[in-house]
Ligand binder design. Sequence first.
Ligand SMILES: [Mn+2]
Length: 188
Amino acid sequence: MNFVSCKITNSLLKTSLVISKKLYLRMRMIKNDILDIKQLLATPKKVVIIPHKNPDGDAIGSTLGLYHYLKLKGHDAIVISPNDYPEFLKWIPGEDSILKYDENIQKATELVQQAELLFLLDFNTLHRTGNMESILESSNAIKIMIDHHQQPDNFAKYVYSDATICSTSQMIYHFIEMLEDINAIGKK
Ligand SMILES: [Mn+2]
């Protein structure tokens, strides 16, 4: 949902040498991780994307932004929210595809168990997923956390954490940028 404003922010970043150096450092931080993730995403994967419990606009916006990107790249992706969220978030494209864990425990559990990759967005500690915590913990899928809250727990194999960024949605933009696939945004 924030891709338009993020795109503007990003082009502003590129015009400023000081800030683009910051962006460069941010990209360097996870350079090896990005190469691994790029490799993982090179072939179609079963992917589950999870926001925190009681998701807000950034949680839903970032998970659906990533969802649309992964679908475009041919992955079998789904967003599973721990629970329902306010009506005012129900206009976002793709929102009707979101599965709510507490309303579909069996199906959601199966999807998490079958997943090859789990993207955990907009939270820094697993207990923020409420009742989903134990199935996420026991999952053998490769976990990738993308989040802007301070002091993340060490629960994911790959972590893209930056507390200087105002939203996880913006981080999804940077994530796709680091995958060198920014042209994929906005084609759908
Ligand atoms: Mn949030």
